[in-house]
Design a protein around this ligand. Structure first.
Ligand code: ADP
Length: 321
């Protein structure tokens, strides 16, 4: 291979830039030209490509977001859109692609690769940590730390006013951010989409806590399919308990900002592994970490299974609350 392309797609996550930097520099070190594809698959369809040399990726390892920008492309979901994208890729002489994104982006990559015989390697970039094939996705650790800082701050107020606070964190249909930030923040309760129907139990816990004189309670809620669900839950708990409450929705602050050391390390390793894999002739796999090892998982296996959080951690959080 002489020339390859790299893009970020779907939701942005802190650490994507570190992955772009390392994939680019590894490719260059192997004598291969790297091109950045702007705005994900939409930029691919439009042929919006920029050459990336070593200096183009200088100073970005600690920057959140993505210098390549990201987008969602409806056009790419259709065969005609992918055909246009492939035309542009072929026209620019790109012989392989590194795609940094989530499951949706990998589905798109797999289709492009199957239809046009172009090798693609995936890198899991998502704060949600919902990709199988890796212990952690790039951005998850940063998001957990941001949520944790917010929980710590809110606890001061919850404690001063003896209040129940519901704190909604991101994660879409996955409860990883809620579970990890809630456990580390000493939350009295954690509600995640993977475990349903616990409202009566939560109401009983809050009433018992009040009976014992524990008035400050933090309940961390995963957003689920739609942001704002914490208000509904809190209102139901109010009906069941009569307790007053406050709700804080953390929202997109969890997606931005400086990536943690853990995310920079993960992104740097996975970006490098993806470039190496592509240049070693691998295709249609995602680079991830398992323990301390880099592992390559075929795309088809990634969306076949759902990544489940460790429910042992939830039990531990309950025990310790
Ligand atoms: P993520 O990669 O974070 O899961 P999305 O699900 O929004 O984000 O996917 C990002 C982009 O990948 C979509 O806008 C679309 O262009 C492409 N994509 C997603 N799913 C498919 C699919 N089934 N077929 C083709 N392209 C897809």
């Amino acid at each position: 291979m002489k020339r390859i392309g790299i893009l970020t797609s779907g939701g942005d996550s802190p650490g994507m830039n570190a992955a772009i930097r390392s994939a680019t520099r590894v490719a260059i070190s192997r004598g291969v030209e790297m091109f950045g594809i702007m705005r994900g698959y939409q930029g691919m369809i439009e042929g919006d490509f920029v050459p990336l040399d070593r200096r183009a990726v200088a100073g970005i390892i600690g920057r959140g977001g993505t210098i390549l920008k990201t987008a969602r492309s409806k056009e790419f979901m259709k065969p005609a859109g992918r055909a246009r994208a492939h035309e542009k890729v072929r026209g620019a002489g790109l012989e392989g692609l590194v795609v940094i994104g989530g499951d949706g982006s990998f589905r798109g990559a797999y289709k492009l690769s199957s239809e046009f015989d172009i090798p693609v390697i995936g890198v899991p970039g998502s704060i949600d940590n919902d990709s199988v094939g890796t212990d952690s996705t790039i951005g998850f650790d940063t998001a957990v730390n941001i949520a944790l800082e917010a929980i710590d701050r809110i606890r001061d107020t919850a404690s001063s006013h003896d209040r129940v606070f519901f704190i909604e964190v991101m994660g879409r249909s996955s409860g990883f951010i809620a579970l990890h930030s809630g456990l580390c923040g000493g939350a009295e309760a954690i509600l995640i989409p993977e475990v349903r129907g616990e409202l009566n139990e939560l109401a009983a816990l809050l009433k018992e806590n009040r009976r014992q004189g524990k008035l400050c309670n933090i309940v961390v809620v995963a957003e689920g399919e739609e942001s704002g669900g914490a208000f509904t839950i809190a209102n139901m708990i109010k009906t069941l308990t009569g307790l007053d409450f406050r709700v804080t929705i953390l929202g997109h602050i969890q997606r931005g900002g400086i990536p943690t050391a853990a995310d920079r390390l993960l992104a740097t390793r996975l970006g490098a592994a993806a470039a190496e894999a592509l240049l070693d002739g691998k295709r249609n796999v995602m680079a991830g970490v398992s323990g301390n090892d880099i592992v390559l998982t075929p795309f088809e296996q990634i969306w076949d299974c759902r990544k489940e959080p460790d429910l042992g951690l939830l039990r531990l959080a309950k025990l310790l609350s």
